[in-house]
Design a protein around this ligand. Structure first.
Ligand code: CP
Length: 335
């Protein structure tokens, strides 16, 4: 197993490391009362809101005897300047370089959530903001959702699917279903879902309207994972056809990359696809299938109430797995 340092995406990590964390996640799921006293300190910096990631990381740390501080820039902590070479006479009193440099001297590891810019595709594809954090960090940094990746979500999802299929994920049909949402949401979750499912050897279909493809570099990586693990990756513009006979429906909304820098143009196209919503009728066409969603999910917009409240829904179990996955990550990193 590799020594885990910064965790941006599992796609950068070896199969041995991925497998170690999958097994550790399941081990924490199977022994929920297990407690440790690692006596370490973890700083969590949230530049964007969170319910699950923040709380599950705080609880995971508590179970392992890791002290946590959650830092929200601009709300009880200074607002940070990100740009280099600027005269800092605006509203941000501290530069990100000093902020992360200082926190690195207090904590044994950091977790950072910093979403995509949503307007500069090159910057987001290069993970410029998250890598800016890494450049100033003297301790390992865990990605709590960046522009393109959400590795904590991916690990929990993968372990949950392994448990659901009794380990036999290869060849199972999983559909990542684009859903309408009033906002152009980031790509980190669909990218991470695609990478984890292809690495599990699943037959993955991305069902999306024209103009809502995932990033080509991530598609290429997923294609390689699928080839290595006996799965496949395909694309469909027909939601009903894609979901028919599937075992897993992974619903998610995301913004269109074709109009990344054109928010108004992207919104006009997105509004044409309000019918892309998960209904009970759609769920009935699956092959004994389950519904998953990373949450938060807008009821009646992304997915209907009777799906979320129905017997095929696994989104709460999926959220539970976040706790086990993050215990696995922290235990490996801080033990
Ligand atoms: N799925 C997820 O990351 O949830 P939060 O945004 O609430 O952390």
């Amino acid at each position: 197993m590799d020594k885990l340092q910064h965790l941006l995406t599992w796609a950068e990590r070896s199969n041995a490391d991925w497998e170690h964390h999958l097994h550790a996640t399941q081990s924490h799921r199977d022994t929920p009362g297990m407690r440790k006293n690692l006596s370490r300190c973890l700083g969590l910096v949230f530049f964007n809101p969170s319910l699950r990631t923040r709380t599950s990381m705080e609880v995971a740390a508590a179970h392992l005897g890791v002290h946590v501080t959650t830092i929200i820039p601009g709300s009880g902590a200074w607002q940070f300047e990100w740009r280099d070479g600027v005269v800092m006479d605006g509203k941000e009193p501290e530069h990100i370089r000093e902020a992360i440099g200082v926190l690195s001297r207090y904590y044994d590891a950091l977790g950072v959530r910093i979403f995509a810019s949503g307007s500069d595709l090159t910057m987001d594809r290069n993970e410029t903001l998250f890598r800016g954090i890494l450049a100033s960090a003297g301790v390992p940094v865990i990605n709590l959702e960046s522009a393109f990746y959400h590795p904590c979500q991916a690990l929990g999802d993968a372990a949950m699917l392994r448990e659901h299929f009794g380990g036999a994920t290869r060849g199972q049909k999983l559909v990542i279903a684009w859903c309408y949402h009033p906002k152009a949401l980031p790509l980190a979750v669909p990218h991470s879902a695609l990478l984890m499912a292809s690495r599990l050897g699943m037959d993955v279909t991305i069902a999306r309207p024209e103009g809502f493809d995932l990033d080509a570099s991530v598609m290429d990586r997923a294609g390689a994972f699928a080839e290595d693990n006996g799965g496949s990756v395909s694309i469909s513009a027909d939601l009903a056809a894609a979901v028919r006979g599937a075992s897993v429906l992974y619903a998610k909304a995301w913004g269109g990359m074709r109009r990344y820098a054109d928010a108004d143009g992207e919104a006009i196209v997105r509004e044409q696809h309000r019918q892309w919503r998960v209904t009970e009728e759609l769920m009935q066409t699956m092959n004994d299938g389950i519904f998953v969603h990373c949450l938060p999910a807008r009821r009646g917009v992304v997915v209907d109430d009777d799906v979320l409240d129905g017997h095929q829904a696994r989104h709460l179990l999926q959220a539970e797995y976040r706790l086990h996955a993050q215990k696995a990550i922290l235990d490996t990193l801080l033990s």
